[in-house]
Design a protein around this ligand. Structure first.
Ligand code: F6R
Length: 615
């Protein structure tokens, strides 16, 4: 989604703005722009990449001690130079605005501002903000005041940065429902959508809270609370030392972030599980101080998530039911938030999100609470995210920054965390003997090594990828706890290779999708050596008998034979309860290598964004 960078310093900020935008490229965008002040505002915009904006900056000798910059992921209005941010308003007192989020009342605001004589030059909701601020500047000449008054009239989610031609000594930012943080540097002060954009200049970060408005100058910053359009009081927010390192967000020896992140999975999972590696038993405190008390009150689980995180929740349902004996519902957050579900105050609501900023997941959790759910837990990869602040309990997946749009290491670390939750709850409900708990901890300890072994199938997967690259459709089949893994495999393939891929529970095949099967339809099957293997083999026979070409990921000991139309790649071992985690790896590799074959943009697939901060 859109990315914001703002900077004010004692030297030219253009390099900082450009580097910041480059670091935010992973979020997904279709145009980019910046404005700097060197006495006058100079605005540059392009529908090209950030590199193109850099070239424009050089050609136009852009420089200034203050500036704001933006990558736009189009929501209102097509991707075009005219719709790219920053947007301007005002003649005598020109203001420039960049914005992330959606202004829901933009249509009525537009009509009102047009009637006041403002002329709109774009189709965006953002231009409303620029004109609204310019409108209020007519009566309140101070930019901070005008921003406070304006945001009180905006409905929706936003993070904004605003500067004014006549006052190049500061810029203003505000957040409500979209991420924004400040960077406190020695040579200046900064703002950005996430910390990775600012590591180049500082590690001192302040995570703004909902409703915060901040004024930044080269010497300092002040943060305010605004009530009813007026500055209420100055507030103090904690300065965090970011633990992010430049190496964590650099490609290193890899060609793509997705490749790097696939191969980082053994260490990402090891980091996530570090605190249980030396333990003989798992303590509820891993999920927060109040976990023991909350876990002892619950009688069911409700998981809310989107996309890949939803698939992680769908795997966890099988674990929670089978191992912990707990009823579990898994809901797509964007659906749940508009249903009328019946709340059970003894349910633990679990929000799963890599970014912790997904608008639908945040809204669904809020909605669950409003319905009467009392207990919540987040499983998230970003320590300072909105999700973590919204729940009573939390567990941090320590995957490190995930830059590739297609989620990989976040997924496997979510699964590892959900298995820890399952073990904890099973123990507290007397469903797990101490011996079985020890066995499961031992299996978790072995997981990083097992993941390393699973990655070794890459050369065989590459051979398959060549065949898939020519296909237009693919089916993915799995049963039981591996059905969500089939869903995840199909999602990975479609999002980065643009091959239409669908996943089915293998038993559903003959209820419809079998009609699609012919010699041109590759069918990927996840075939671990578990209790459902016999059933799955019957489903695969049904495909085989109709001329379908099967690509089967089996375990070393799965009794399933290669033949003319049945190709098999075997994982080194059957991993019992951990099997879904390991079977994810070859599917990620398949999607990655098919995408390479097709020459698509692996890390930034078309139309997609990393953190989906709008509805
Ligand atoms: C797919 C993918 C998305 C995300 C989804 C939720 O590879 O990355 O489906 O999983 O947008 O994002 P988070 O987990 O950040 O809430």
């Amino acid at each position: 989604m859109c990315g914001i960078v703002g900077a004010i310093a004692k030297q030219n900020v253009v390099p900082v703005l450009l580097e910041g935008l480059l670091r935010l490229e992973y979020r997904g965008y279709d145009s980019a722009g910046l404005v700097v002040s060197d006495g006058k505002l100079l605005r540059l915009r392009t529908t090209g990449r950030v590199a193109e904006l850099g070239k424009l900056s050089t050609d136009r000798h852009a420089k200034g001690l203050v500036g704001i910059a933006h990558t736009r992921w189009a929501t209102h209005g097509e991707p075009s130079k005219r719709n790219a941010h920053p947007h301007f308003s005002g003649e005598s007192s020109k203001v420039a605005v960049v914005h992330n989020g959606i202004i829901e009342n933009h249509e009525s605001m537009r009509l009102r501002l047009e009637s006041e004589g403002f002329v709109f030059l774009s189709d965006t909701d953002t231009e409303v903000i620029a004109h609204l601020i310019a409108f209020h500047l007519q009566n309140k000449p101070d930019l901070l005041d005008a921003v406070c008054t304006s945001i009180a009239e905006l409905q929706g989610a936003y993070a904004i940065a605003v500067m004014q031609e006549s006052h190049p000594d500061r810029f203003i930012v505000a957040r409500n429902g979209a991420p924004l943080l400040l960077g406190v540097g020695e040579e200046g002060n900064y703002a950005a959508s996430d910390a990775s954009a600012l590591l180049q200049v500082t590690k001192q970060m302040i995570y703004l809270e909902e409703g915060d408005v901040a004024e930044l100058s080269s010497d300092g910053y002040r943060i305010f609370n605004c009530t009813d359009g007026k500055i209420d009081k100055e507030v103090v927010r904690k300065v965090h030392q970011s633990a992010l390192t430049n190496e964590a967000i650099d490609l290193g020896p890899y060609a793509h972030f997705m490749q790097k992140e696939i191969f980082e999975q053994p260490s990402a999972v090891a980091n996530t599980l570090e605190m249980v590696f030396n333990a003989q038993s798992i303590s509820p405190n891993l999920f927060g101080d109040a976990a023991e008390s909350i876990f002892s009150q619950i009688d069911s689980i409700l998981i809310l998530a989107c996309g890949t995180s939803y698939h992680a929740g769908s795997v966890a349902r099988y674990w929670l039911e089978t191992v912990a004996g707990l009823p579990c519902n898994v809901e797509i957050a964007s659906e749940y938030r508009y249903r009328d579900p019946i709340a059970n105050p003894n349910t633990l609501v679990v929000g799963i999100s890599q970014s912790g900023e997904t608008a639908d997941t945040l809204a669904a959790l809020k909605y669950a609470k409003s319905l009467g759910h009392r207990h919540s837990l987040s499983i998230c990869n970003v320590a300072e995210s909105a999700l973590i602040r919204q729940t009573d309990l939390c567990f941090l997946t320590r995957a490190g920054p995930e830059i590739g749009v297609a989620s990989t290491k976040a997924f496997t670390t979510q699964l590892a965390s959900l298995l820890l939750l399952t073990i904890t709850l099973a123990k507290m409900r007397s469903k797990l003997s101490h011996d079985r708990e020890c066995e499961m901890i031992a299996a978790l300890r072995h997981l990083p090594v097992a993941l390393q072994l699973a990655l070794q199938v890459e050369p065989q997967v590459k051979v398959w990828a060549k065949r898939f690259a020519a296909k237009r459709h693919a089916l993915f089949l799995g049963r039981g706890v591996h059905y969500p893994i089939a869903m995840e495999g199909a999602l990975k393939l479609k999002e980065i290779s643009y091959i239409h891929a669908e996943a089915y529970a293998a038993g559903e095949l003959k209820h419809g999708p079998l009609a699609l099967v012919d010699s041109d339809m590759p069918i990927v099957a996840i075939a671990p050596n578990d209790v459902l293997l016999g059933k799955l083999k019957s489903n695969l026979q049904e495909v085989n008998a109709r001329g379908g070409e099967l690509y089967v990921f089996a375990d070393a000991d799965s009794q399933i034979q290669q033949s003319n139309n049945v190709h098999i790649i075997r994982l080194a071992e059957h991993a019992g309860v951990l099997s879904p985690i390991l079977h994810t790896i070859p599917l990620q590799l398949l999607a990655y290598h098919v995408s390479l074959q097709k020459g698509t943009d692996v890390d930034k697939p078309r139309n997609l964004a990393k953190a989906v901060t709008v509805e």
